[in-house]
Ligand binder design. Structure first.
Ligand code: MCN
Length: 791
């Protein structure tokens, strides 16, 4: 008899299980959670980028009916430590961030006082009544000036404003540059922009005096990790803190920081013995939630006459704002740029130097594609320029330099182990997909008609999963292991508990798919519990495209143990050898026989309640907890975009977008495509629209969505996505991560496409965003240059 086809869930296009509740408005975000007696906090924020706080008068605010209290930095400072998180890097200076400053403010938007009231309206009104006397100080808003020896200091206790600088050299860089046929240097300013999650930051802190226990619901990406940080900062015992991330409406790295407002909310709840809720508004988010990306890169590349890269030299200066955000610190942006200096290319002669510098601006921390975006922008635009100069096709010059199939596993000059990949193949497929040769003909026809379209490319690779080994090998001395608990209850249903916290990535679906394949249970019989430190599945959280790899791996390990137990019991009951059995669709089958012999529910019930049905030495729990700390794995892919530039208005329209992605074994193609589409949309925003503009006085000029432009549906074209699947030989089940890939390559793909469209004007952008002002300026410069040459 034919065996029933076993339904494999890994690789299946399963619709997102969590979407039903979100679409129907049944999600539960922080703002939806209200406990009896909840009070509301609102923060007064500094209008100055750098100023002494001379006096704060809270009398009027305190008198407003409904106001419970007003706290300033002086009131808070002895109740907790400030925020300090130092990477264990000896040379790194120790940045200290007061929860609320009591002596001086260091960026516009920094909280200077907090009101707690019976409702949010009263709290906001009372904030308006607080009077602060400031003495403005000179402001440092430029990273280069901040590095000068006589610069004013952002943090008084530090030696200077450079938190860390480091230089790494590998191979013989100088000789390679001397012998090169072509040497190019490009300076690129990666503008400051930020994640704009639909749900802004927020928390609800609730202290129970009867249990001496603190619960904090926070819109966070890393509940366990932040519980440790919170405990450390507050000096409140960790085992008496529960941190929960309920539904989170996007994070993208912004919620990978323990923020002062969260610690203050806890302090106030402990003091008032009532729940305290803080929900930030969009203006506060733009002012005071972590900014991202800002850095200047100077990159030099040496090529031989065939287009082979001989050596690269990168110098990164990161404008990190006033503090190093906890816990990833401002280093992550510039350090990561150094890590991905060579990208997909085989270059062993490198020099890379970075400076992470304080200024009087909002702190910079992680945002999808951290450090990658900037380095890819400069390197990949140089690759296209080198191709033009050497008369080589832009796809071929990349293929020539890429890590070739026979080179895997390949150790990059920056110490990243590329386990496997489809680098060259993905470029070949991209060329076919975009119909490149036809495009060039079409482009020149349109140019005759005065229309300027262009095509840009960008291959990428994404160190993903990020376990301890990879983090340490690239200079982040942190530990990133995680655990999963898989437990089958007496009815045969499965609960999987992980420390990850989904912000919209679809973990409820994909982690259930991973479990279903191991245990042979239908998806509806699996519940994923995540983001709650009370559940005991310690984990570092969701970032660095690690959930599929790390939690997927831990789940598979734990589910295998449970499967083994189930099969042992079933074999005992059926009096057969375990190897003769299989589980699928919730039942135990004899292999090669199409009749279920037992249901999982029967086996599970036996495990818990019928000792005669299981071997004597076997424990009764169908449960396993396993940890996983994956080895290095690097996913890859290649993108192309077609843009149309209106040379009269400077408007850029992305008309077509193509992405080839290879994240090893794909768990769910629909979700992976969603990840790419979202990240590419963010890449379009970052390259064309989004820009956090500060003036010299450190005032943020773009503190609303009227000025800070994020892409809308009309800015995002149809995106064609194709999967290639090169399973990782190192990770469990061959899975690699995918979450950031779109943001690594989309900005530079678009940059290259715009430069290609405007090639008759010989433009070379040195700064993002490519907004009409920037584009028109370059077109007119190009025209002037041509006129001069003609004369
Ligand atoms: N996946 C898959 N097959 C693979 C790899 C991944 O099906 N081979 C699925 C995963 O199971 C998961 C999703 O794709 O459902 C993303 O997986 P992964 O690459 O592991 O990334 P994480 O889940 O760890 O999420 C972090 C990543 C990052 S770093 C940012 S930033 C980001 C992102 O995910 N922030 C997001 N995507 C986001 N999506 C939403 N909606 N909101 C955010 O804040």
């Amino acid at each position: 008899m034919d065996k029933k086809p076993f339904q494999r869930f890994i690789g299946a296009k399963v619709n997102r299980l969590e979407d039903d509740k979100f679409i129907r408005g049944n999600g539960r975000y922080i703002a939806d959670i209200t406990l009896p007696g909840t009070l509301h906090a609102a923060f007064l924020r500094s209008p100055h980028a750098h100023a002494l706080i001379k006096k704060i008068n809270t009398d009027k605010a305190k008198k407003i009916p409904g106001v419970i209290g007003v706290w300033t930095g002086d009131d808070i400072k002895d109740k907790s430590d400030p925020l300090i998180w130092k990477m264990p890097i000896e040379e790194m200076q120790l940045s200290v961030q007061p929860l609320i400053p009591y002596d001086k403010v260091k960026f516009v938007g920094e909280a200077v006082a907090v009101v707690v009231a019976t409702n949010r309206y009263i709290a906001e009104d009372a904030v308006e009544e607080i009077e602060v006397e400031y003495e403005p100080l000179p402001v440092i808003s430029d990273a280069y000036k901040s590095m000068e020896p006589d610069s004013i200091k952002v943090q008084d206790q530090l030696e200077n404003n450079i938190i860390l600088t480091n230089k790494a050299v590998k191979g013989d860089v100088d000789t390679s540059f001397k012998e090169a046929a072509l040497v190019m240097t490009k300076k690129f300013r990666q503008n400051r922009y930020m994640a704009s999650p639909m749900e802004t930051r927020g928390c609800l802190a609730s202290y129970s005096i009867s249990e001496d226990f603190l619960t904090i619901w926070s819109s966070t990406q890393a509940p366990y990790w932040f519980r440790s940080l919170l405990s450390n900062t507050l000096k409140f015992p960790e085992h008496k803190i529960r941190m929960v991330a309920p539904d989170v409406g996007g994070g993208f790295g912004q919620k990978l920081t323990l923020y002062p407002e969260e610690v203050v909310s806890c302090i106030l709840s402990i003091e008032l013995q009532q729940p305290v809720k803080w929900i930030e508004d969009r203006r506060e988010n733009l002012l005071a939630a972590n900014h991202a990306k800002e850095q200047d890169i100077e990159l030099s590349m040496a090529f031989n006459e065939t287009g082979r890269i001989l050596a690269m030299k990168g110098r990164m200066v990161g404008d990190s704002g006033a503090y190093t955000a906890t816990p990833f610190t401002m280093l992550s942006e510039v350090m990561n740029s150094g890590v991905v200096l060579t990208g997909t290319y085989d270059v062993q002669n490198i020099e890379s130097e970075f400076f992470a510098v304080l200024t009087n601006k909002s702190p910079v921390n992680c945002y999808r594609g951290i450090g990658w975006t900037a380095m890819y922008n400069v390197r990949e635009s140089m690759m296209e320029e080198a191709a033009r100069k050497l008369g080589i096709d832009p796809i071929e010059i990349r293929k020539l330099n890429m890590v070739q199939p026979h080179q895997f596993p390949y150790l990059s000059a920056t110490n990243v182990l590329f386990d496997s990949g489809s680098y060259v193949e993905s470029m070949n497929r991209l060329r076919e997909l975009v119909n490149y040769d036809e495009f060039r003909k079409y482009q020149s026809e349109l140019r005759q008609q005065g229309k300027f379209i262009g095509i840009g490319f960008c291959p990428y690779n994404e160190p993903s999963g990020v376990g301890t080994e990879m983090a340490r090998s690239v200079g982040f001395p942190i530990s990133t292991h995680d655990s999963a608990i898989v437990s089958m209850d007496p009815s045969g249903k499965v609960t999987v508990t992980v420390g990850a916290a989904s912000q919209g990535q679809g973990h409820e679906t994909t982690l259930a798919q991973v479990t279903a394949d191991q245990l042979g249970v239908p998806l509806k019989d699996i519940r994923i519990v995540a983001g709650d430190s009370a559940t005991g599945a310690y984990g570092m959280g969701t970032f660095a495209s690690r959930t599929a790899v790390v939690y997927g791996g831990a789940i598979i390990k734990a589910a295998k143990v449970v499967r083994e137990k189930v099969l042992t019991i079933a074999a005992f009951i059926l009096k057969v050898h375990q190897e003769e059995l299989d589980i699928y669709n919730g039942s135990i089958y004899l292999k090669e026989v199409d009749e279920p012999k037992l249901s999982l529910a029967e086996v599970a019930f036996s495990a818990y309640f019928i000792p005669e049905h299981r071997p004597k030495d076997m424990d009764s729990l169908l449960e396993s907890k396993q940890t996983y700390d994956p080895p290095s794995t690097v996913s890859n892919g290649a993108h192309a975009a077609i843009v149309e530039v209106d040379i009269k208005t400077g408007m850029v329209k992305v008309t077509d977008y193509f992405a080839i992605e290879d994240c090893g074994t794909v768990i769910n193609p629909i979700i992976v495509e969603g990840q790419l589409a979202g990240a590419i949309a963010q890449g379009i925003g970052g390259s064309l629209l989004e820009h956090l503009v500060y003036d010299e006085q450190g005032q943020l000029l773009t503190a609303s969505f009227m000025d800070y432009l994020i892409p809308t549906a009309t800015d995002v074209p149809n995106i064609v996505i194709e999967h290639m699947e090169t399973p990782s030989p190192t990770t469990i089940n061959g899975i690699k991560g995918v979450g950031e890939s779109g943001m690594i390559s989309a900005p530079s793909t678009i940059l290259n496409a715009v430069q290609d469209a405007l090639s008759p004007f010989d433009v070379c952008f040195k700064q993002f965003p490519l907004n009409p002002e920037n584009v028109l300026e370059h077109i007119s410069k190009g025209k002037r240059k041509k006129e001069e040459v003609a004369q």
